[in-house]
Design a protein around this ligand. Structure first.
Ligand code: PLP
Length: 374
């Protein structure tokens, strides 16, 4: 990749839009979640490059805010992040380890989440090879049916002192399937199931809650594991406080044109203008993660004025109707707001028929990235 920092040209002039990550808002969100759960440690879930926002700056900011426990999905992410953080940070691998990856993980000093009896045996074997009990988290399946030991596996582990003696379990965890629906009966069922299974295992700190669970009273236990809420999106659709948005996204206008009624626009000529109007082409497309499902749906904002997306989303551009926007806000090079004060990430996800997680983790690599310091 081109080293943009070494260039004398404004990165935004290089073509693609700008992704602004507000690390101050991230730190404030960390503190807001800590205030909701005063008895729990607040971990940071930074998988998928911190949901596309940059695992390194995000993790460093969280560390400075007091975070010491970090979760990624894959070993490759943990090995990338571990050396960038101080020694007292712990980096957990949620998906656990593929057979054969144990010694690489042990050497890297990362902590696997053991999700099956087989993973537990393989990590115990690695401990024997190393001559020391290696730290791990143990996940039990409390009802989501995705990752974690089943009840018979919990009993098998509990009844195997030799296996247990080679495991240093520093966290017992499970994961909620319906935490974004506070009234869902599965939440209390999973809580009870987790308690029952945890009681059969050696004592260790317990963690059940993701962002949704962090907003449920009584689900904090010893540690909560928020991702999305740290990045400023409330887990319950339609709610926002006390979280601050972390991401702003904008892209430049490339070209404008005035066209008569009846003009076809974009691929498939899927849109036909109903009136004489002014159109602008904006440098963002599905290759940047601006979803193609926004074809003919949703809007952007020019100088604070709504401009609807017309026609299909292309790979590298969209066309917007700027007839109602003052001319100075639509000159070539002017930036349009895709995500910002007038339009939240949750708004875009709703218009696109998806969830904020998918928008965030799908954002492309071409944006000029700028951070506001914490
Ligand atoms: C991704 C993930 C989280 C974080 O989820 P959010 O909804 O983003 O807070 C927490 N725990 C586990 C096990 C996860 O996979």
């Amino acid at each position: 990749m081109l080293d943009r920092a070494s260039l004398t040209v404004d990165p935004v002039l290089l073509g693609a839009g700008e992704m602004l990550v507000d690390l101050g808002a991230l730190a404030a969100n960390y503190r807001a979640i800590a205030a909701l759960q005063p008895n729990a440690r607040i971990a940071g879930v930074v998988k998928a490059d911190a949901y596309g926002l940059g695992a390194r700056p995000v993790s460093a900011t969280l560390y400075n805010a007091g975070c010491r426990n970090f979760f990624v999905a894959h070993l490759v992410e943990a090995m990338d992040l571990r050396p960038t953080l101080p020694a007292d940070a712990r980096v957990f691998v949620l998906n656990g380890l593929a057979p054969g990856a144990e010694s690489a993980a042990a050497q890297a000093g990362v902590i696997p989440v053991l999700n099956s009896l087989d993973q537990a045996h393989r990590w115990a074997d690695e401990s024997r090879r190393c001559g020391m009990r290696l730290a791990s988290a143990l996940q039990v399946d409390s009802g989501m049916t995705r990752l974690g030991l089943s009840e018979p596996e919990v009993d098998a582990l509990a009844g195997d002192p030799a296996l247990r003696s080679h495991l240093d379990v520093i966290l017992l965890m499970s994961h909620l399937a319906c935490a974004d629906e506070s009234e869902h009966s599965a939440n209390l069922q999973q809580f009870a199931c987790f308690e029952t299974l945890a009681a059969r295992l050696p004592e260790a700190p317990r963690a059940l809650a993701n962002s949704g669970g962090a907003f449920l009273a009584g689900f904090g236990l010893d540690m909560v594991r928020p991702g999305l809420a740290l990045y400023g999106v409330h887990p319950v659709e339609g709610q926002s406080g006390p979280l601050r948005p972390v991401l702003a996204l904008s892209a430049p206008i490339v070209q404008t044109r005035d066209v008569p009624a009846g003009t076809g626009v974009g691929y498939g000529l899927a849109h036909t203008t109903e009136r004489a109007c002014r159109l602008a082409t904006v440098a963002i497309g599905y290759a940047d993660g601006w979803p193609r499902s926004l074809s003919g749906r949703g809007s952007v904002f020019c100088g604070g004025v709504r401009a609807p997306i017309v026609g299909r989303v292309s790979m590298d551009s969209i066309v917007i109707d700027v007839t109602d926007v003052p001319a100075e806000a639509v000159r070539p090079g002017a930036m349009v707001e895709l995500i910002g004060p007038h339009q939240s990430l949750a708004d875009v996800a709703r218009d696109a028929g998806t969830i904020p997680y998918e928008i965030l983790t799908g954002l492309g690599q071409r944006f000029a990235r700028r951070t506001l310091p914490a």
